[in-house]
Structure formats: C-alpha cells, structure tokens
Design a protein around this ligand. Structure first.
Ligand SMILES: C[S@@+](CC[C@H](N)C(=O)[O-])C[C@H]1O[C@@H](n2cnc3c(N)ncnc32)[C@H](O)[C@@H]1O
Length: 223
C-alpha cells in the first residue's frame, strides 16, 4: 500500500505495518480523512491506539504526515499513519485491523456509496473491521435536506424510512448492524477540519450513524 510521508510516498507491506502495530491495544481507521488532522489528534489523545487515515488525495495529508513523522517531543505521532487509497480500492494490508472505523463528513463517491448504498463498498469497509468492531459515520444531513441539490447529486432522501428500508438491510448483508442514526444536537463526537467548517456555517445539521461489525471477518484478522 502507498503511505504518505511528508512530500514522499512510500510502499509498505503488511509486515511493515504489523511491526508498527505491535504494542498498541487498538486500531482506528479513518476513511476519507482529508487533511488527516483528526487522525493526528486521535493519535495524540490515545497513545495506545494506532490511528490510520486513508484518503485518495495524498497531497492533502503531506503536512500532517510530515508533522507525525517527527520526534514525539517535536509533535511527532509514532502511532499515526496516512495511507493513499480510495474506498473503492482499499489496500488488503489493512484487512481485519480496525476496532473503530470512522467516516467523517464524506462527500462525492464516498458519501453516495454509504447512503445509496453500494454493496461492494460496504463489504470493503467491513473487511477493514474486526468482528464486534464499530463504524462511526458523521454525515452532513444538510446536503440531504436540500432536496433539489441532493437529487442533482443523485443522493436519496436520508429519512427514517430510507434507513429502515434501504440502509439497514444492505448494511446487515455486508456485515454491519446499524445501531444508531440520529441528528446530533450540539457538539459532534469527532473534531475534524470539515466538521469545524460546517459548524461555522449556520443551520448545518449532522447525522450520527453507528453500526457494529457482525459475523466473522471476511479475511483473517491478526492478533
Ligand atoms: C468533506 S471532506 C472531509 C475530510 C475529513 N474527514 C474531515 O472531516 O475534515 C471529504 C473527504 O472524502 C474524501 N473522499 C471522497 N471520495 C472518496 C473515496 N471514493 N474514497 C475515499 N475518500 C474519499 C475526499 O478526498 C475528502 O478528503
């Protein structure tokens, strides 16, 4: 898989990754991580968790991946990693690792895959997670509330009926049992750059969607 390290991109094998994972109690994978700041902050707040940000736009992760690669005394985060990949082509090296999978304010093909939903993408996300692990997604509900705009983007109405009729069965078939789907009042659980940007825009609504990984893992999880 391709790892962003400052301006450089390097190739890591599963063995390279496992060497870094040793000694960490948990793994968090954040898909559609953007500038990577959420992963950097999570790694600082939870030193026992290995935090992996994934985004196809490697150049946006340059600055934070450079900061993370420094010595811990200078702001380095040895438990943070930034992987260049899209959700449609997730690296096998990440399979079965995540205790927690986060998707914060996805847009474009990542958003539509989650809400249409697209079975191959849900299955690929499920392959990242250990059985019993959690998926936590923060969705910009305001996009869906503007029906003409959402329709132009090919997005459905993100309603309770859509949740029950379309999302729940598709997520279950992919190995995720949806536990929560609610509009968040007040502060959202993850502080991310895009979340802050949306909070500043008045009247924005955020939906919190959580699910548990059920059934066996699609591929063997180490450890
Ligand atoms: C609105 S930004 C949110 C970034 C970050 N999670 C945050 O909250 O600040 C949406 C992110 O989704 C990523 N994205 C869009 N399509 C994607 C895909 N197919 N696979 C993975 N990431 C994707 C974009 O590159 C972008 O970084």
């Amino acid at each position: 898989m391709i790892v962003q390290l400052g301006k450089a991109s390097v190739t890591w094998t599963r063995a390279d990754l496992e060497a870094k994972l040793a000694g960490h109690a948990r793994v968090l994978i954040d898909v559609g991580t953007g500038d990577g700041r959420f992963v950097y902050r999570s790694a600082g707040a939870h030193p026992d968790t290995y935090c992996i940000g994934v985004d196809p736009a490697g150049e946006r992760m340059r600055e934070v991946s450079w900061r993370a690669s420094r010595k811990p005394a200078r702001g380095g985060r040895p438990n943070a990693l930034f992987v260049v990949a899209s959700v449609q082509a997730l690296p096998e090296e990440l399979a079965g690792l995540a205790h927690t999978l986060t998707l914060n304010f996805p847009w474009a093909s990542l958003l539509s895959a989650l809400v249409l939903p697209e079975a191959p993408v849900l299955e690929a996300l499920r392959r990242l997670v250990r059985p019993g692990g959690e998926l936590i997604a923060l969705l910009n509900q305001s996009v869906f509330d503007d029906r003409p705009y959402a329709a132009r983007l090919g997005l459905p109405e993100l309603s309770d009926a859509w949740l029950d009729d379309a999302l729940r069965p598709a997520y279950r078939a992919a190995g995720f049992e949806i536990r929560t789907s609610e509009i968040v009042d007040g502060e959202v659980p993850h502080q991310t750059s895009w979340g802050q940007h949306l909070t500043l825009a008045s009247g924005r609504r955020t939906r919190l969607l959580t699910a548990e990984a059920i059934g066996g893992s699609a591929s063997a999880a180490p450890g």
